[in-house]
Design a protein around this ligand. Structure first.
Ligand SMILES: NC(=O)c1ccc[n+]([C@@H]2O[C@H](COP(=O)([O-])OP(=O)(O)OC[C@H]3O[C@@H](n4cnc5c(N)ncnc54)[C@H](OP(=O)(O)O)[C@@H]3O)[C@@H](O)[C@H]2O)c1
Length: 269
């Protein structure tokens, strides 16, 4: 177990959506770095218990807190409890997120749209703002990492709410970085490519689906949840002390390629 950023030892970090997938990967990596963790979940009790036991096995102190971010009035009280857990926080990882594949014509009143915006954008706004207020009052800086997506940069069918929320999250990262830079609070984002998680690993392992993604991904493989954790650890470390308002794309080269036809297919005949 190699510690990469000794300055992260004992840092107090709230990770939302730590009950599975990328949030659990972030928790494991930050536990390795010696952080004290507030682990958030919504419905997956077994998942959060697993993350808790994984990080404790790595020697980390951790507390678990619940909140459903669709109930936006609960978000700030949830944050207050998270701040109290270790008598303050040094970093906030806005990771929790949901996907809706409901097309606009099937959601004319915007119920699905509103739900995605609540969890993926409005809750992160409230959490980051409460975090900044508390850090300023406490007289110290801090770091917020927003888990965005390549869908914040480019679009595809089905993802109207998801894409709008992630693009909004990227702009929010920039604006709050500008607002709070003078207080020593950095705002950064990661934009993951395709990372199999419990929710998606079956579909992503099916040969036609996997072959298609691999063709589009220059590095020829999916990402891992721990690789997303490594990006977050770097971003909250002092090595990234001059980074703010930036979104780090971590996608195996997927988005760099663009939507051009494949040259080998065009020259086959
Ligand atoms: N995996 C990828 O390929 C990928 C790519 C780009 C970006 N991302 C982003 O990565 C983040 C994590 O996603 P994931 O892929 O790791 O998926 P995941 O395993 O499904 O994790 C989603 C997390 O969000 C929490 N959550 C869901 N609904 C919530 C609600 N109403 N209130 C509060 N929390 C809620 C879940 O908690 P419970 O399960 O406890 O309810 C879970 O911990 C998301 O922001 C996602 O957009 C993922």
């Amino acid at each position: 177990m190699t510690v990469l950023y000794p300055e992260l030892n004992n840092k107090r970090v709230l990770i939302t959506g730590a009950s599975s997938g990328i949030g659990a990967g972030i928790a494991r990596v930050l536990a390795r770095e010696g952080c004290r963790l507030v682990l958030h979940y919504n419905r997956n009790e077994a998942g959060i218990e697993k993350t808790l036991s994984d990080v404790q096995a790595l020697g980390a102190e951790a507390e678990v807190l619940h909140c459903d971010f669709r109930e936006l009035d609960r978000v700030v009280p949830f944050f207050e409890a998270a701040w109290q857990a270790f008598n303050g926080l040094d970093a906030l990882i806005n990771n929790a997120g949901i996907v809706s594949k409901v097309t606009s014509l099937k959601d004319p009143h915007g119920e699905a749209f509103d739900e995605v915006l609540a969890v993926n954008l409005q809750a992160p706004y409230r959490l980051a703002t409460a975090f900044a207020q508390h850090c300023i009052e406490a007289g110290h800086g801090g770091v917020v990492v927003n888990n965005s997506s390549i869908h914040g940069q480019k679009s595809c069918e089905w993802f109207s709410a998801y894409g709008a929320a992630k693009a909004g999250l990227d702009r929010l990262t920039e604006v709050q970085a500008i607002e709070w830079g003078p207080h020593g609070i950095r705002l950064v984002g990661i934009a993951p490519g395709v990372v199999p998680v419990e929710r998606t690993e079956v579909i992503l392992s099916q040969p036609p689906v996997k072959d298609r993604w691999m063709k589009c991904t220059p590095l020829g493989r999916y990402g891992t949840t721990d690789e997303m954790g490594e990006a977050v650890a770097f971003l909250i470390s002092d090595r990234a002390a001059w980074m703010t308002g930036s979104i780090l794309t971590v996608d195996g080269g997927l988005i760099a390629r663009g939507n051009y036809p494949f040259r080998d297919e065009m020259t086959k005949s």
